[in-house]
Design a protein around this ligand. Sequence first.
Ligand code: NDP
Ligand code: ZN
Length: 364
Amino acid sequence: MIKARGYATRHSFSRLKLFEFEREEAGTYDVEIKVLFCGVCHSDIHQAKNEWSNTVYPCMPGHEVVGTVTKVGPGVTRHAVGDMVGVGCMIDSCRECAPCKAGDQNYCESNNSWLATYNGPMVPAKKAPDGNNIYGRDNTLGGYSDVLVVNEDFVLKIPAGLAPEVAAPILCAGVTTYSPMKHWKVKDGDKVGIVGFGGLGHLGAKIAKAMGAEVTVFTTTKEKLDEAKRLGVAGVLEKDKEALKALKSSFDFILSTIPEKHDINPFVALLKRDCTLAVVGALEPLAPVNNQEVAFHRKSVAGSLIGNLADTQEILDFCAQHGIGPDIQLIPIQDINDAYDKVEAGDVRFRYVIDMASLATEAA
Ligand code: NDP
Ligand code: ZN
């Protein structure tokens, strides 16, 4: 076993703190990774606080992980000691169902679903007699830690052109926004709307722009209009009814990244005929959609979950080629609880990334 340290929480209402544990040694096809950086996704907060009602404790979040390979199992062919690598939201899937065979591991349909980097399989939790959530398979502890051991197929290569700390958020925020834009065929000259200008939203806007789209971000935060200008995209306040009216039926694709239940009808109205609005932010029931608007113009309202392994590698390489990446703020792990408060208050510009060297400085 490998001695490991990280930050975890034991209850939905408590804060993250130092947690010492053991990881399995790398098996035949596994890679051992020394974690250097880990992005802080809003999903980490939803999960730590049991906002999806499926959290198993202790909960150690972290699925935007970059580090160096320190050991490989004897069967490993894709990675070598010293490589800079990344791990996103998944660390395994069944590999046998139709989606897995098609390369869409993120839509694995096996009973246990795909295995998440933290909080185990993505299936509804059972309740233990004491009321806590349990799984039929082991819980997993994520990237807010010094070491990770992952099957080589679920380990991505970080291109040389990307700083490792900048690459980290691409492993979730990047692929979650890229994958639907690829699926719904966003192309050069398209008009793309991004709703919610946060971690996912700002990276999605940069990616869409690099794909050649004309991008508009919709925000609730007036001060972010200047940030939009800085990124070279248009910015519109969500409550500005006149501006929304002027944009009616003008978008080829819209992506909503708002992290909670919200009314998407004002944005459906902005789509052109035959076009799609995909929701990636709120993974919960939404306010009803006015199907008159949808049916009269053959529009689609859709959703999308992270992205598959091939798309994850593709967007890492794409960001390196185009010289783009998230705007990050590096933090020591000791500031993680404060960072959660700031993400919830909308105070981050635009993604916190934990510098894992800070963990070594903490006494047990
Ligand atoms: P952030 O908190 O960084 O950004 C969300 C942005 O949405 C905020 O910056 C804010 O932007 C806007 N916003 C927040 N609350 C509201 C509200 N009540 N009404 C309207 N707008 C609001 O979060 P992330 O970008 O990290 O994550 C966004 C969501 O995506 C999370 O719920 C996360 O769990 C989910 N997610 C989903 C994935 C998937 O596979 N489908 C994968 C990864 C994350 P502004 O100030 O511009 O209004
Ligand atoms: Zn995420």
